[in-house]
Ligand binder design. Structure first.
Ligand code: TA6
Length: 310
């Protein structure tokens, strides 16, 4: 089983508007509201592609009920810690149909108590014991210690599961100290991790090598629509994504994590994992909502992904 962790669960609201204009009254034609947050999106994709998954994390208030009941309705097993410290947040995504530009507004979410942190540690320990992989994804809410991801990576390993970490900023920097199995920083996050610029392809390849030498088994630096540069067991790879007409790119990173988790859980060779994860991420961009992926799209896009050992 693959467990996904969303410490700052959200209701993802997506609005499609003819031409979204700041400073004006904008009326949305298409409105979607679904359980969201990075780890929940990862679970949604894993479930859609047929593997067993459980979503956990921290949810609060009526919004928290919307989230867990929404997961129940689509058949995704979930076991959230319920905080009494406020409502789970809304994450808004306004898509302007004239340009297809996406504007996100992400609320901060509830302030965690010490009890919330203790409860999620226990919950993740319990789930790690019966999971092959535990994927930690997304921002940390206020009240969470900055070392929380570092602590959780250690707990996950200690209880026999493989830790994936998809985060940014200080939580990522601290989390990497515990040597998660898989990370997928973007170019800015790589720069923050290593404290040096990683702009050119050569600099990115050197950064991937350094992170592997530090002990991260699988490093993927994502480059948006153009794919990624990956490293595994000392070898680097250039991964080229298929050219597509994106509808909504929000959630592509979460879908990539889901694809890598499926590949790792299925014990596929790394090139197959990278190819599949890239196709899953591209398939996410073809749909209207984050974490919405269809197997037919993935199968069609698989043949268009190019993976080159460097
Ligand atoms: O990656 C897309 C997404 O999961 C959105 O659906 C929204 O929930 C946002 O990211 C949350 O990001 P954060 O980094 O705050 O956890």
């Amino acid at each position: 089983m693959i467990t996904t962790v969303t410490l700052n669960a959200a209701i993802d609201k997506t609005y499609y508007l003819d031409n979204y204009t700041m400073g004006k009254v904008n009326r949305a034609q298409d409105v979607y509201a679904v359980p969201g947050g990075k780890g929940i999106n990862v679970a949604r994709v894993i479930h859609a592609l047929g593997l067993e998954t459980t979503a956990t994390g921290i949810a609060g208030g009526k919004n928290g009920e919307f989230i867990t009941e929404g997961l129940d309705r689509i058949g995704i097993a979930n076991d959230f810690v319920r905080t009494s410290n406020g409502e789970s947040r809304l994450c808004l995504n306004m898509i302007s149909r004239d340009t297809m530009a996406s504007t996100e507004v992400l609320e901060p979410g509830p302030v965690l108590s010490e009890a919330d942190v203790d409860n999620i540690r226990s919950k993740i320990t319990e789930l790690a014991r019966r999971s092959s992989i535990v994927a930690l994804s997304g921002s940390l809410p206020a009240g969470a210690p900055p070392t929380l991801y570092k602590d959780l990576v250690g707990l996950i390993k200690q209880h026999g599961a493989v830790p994936f970490l998809d985060a940014s900023g200080d939580p990522l920097i601290r989390g990497v100290e515990a040597l998660p199995y898989f990370i997928k920083p973007n170019e800015d996050e790589v720069t923050a991790l290593l404290g040096e610029p990683a702009d050119s392809e050569q600099q990115l390849i050197a950064a991937v090598r350094r992170l592997m030498q530090q002990g991260i088994a699988c490093v993927v630096v994502t480059l948006g629509a153009s794919g990624s540069i990956a490293g595994f067991q000392g070898t680097c790879y250039r991964v080229e994504a298929p050219a597509i007409e994106a509808v909504n790119a929000v959630g592509c990173g979460d879908s990539f994590v889901a694809g890598m988790a499926i590949g790792q859980a299925s014990q596929w060779p790394i090139i197959q994992c990278l190819r599949y994860a890239t196709a899953v991420a591209s398939a996410n961009a073809l749909t209207k909502q984050a974490g919405e992926v269809y197997e037919d799209d993935v199968d069609r896009l698989l043949t268009q992904v190019k993976v080159t050992p460097l």
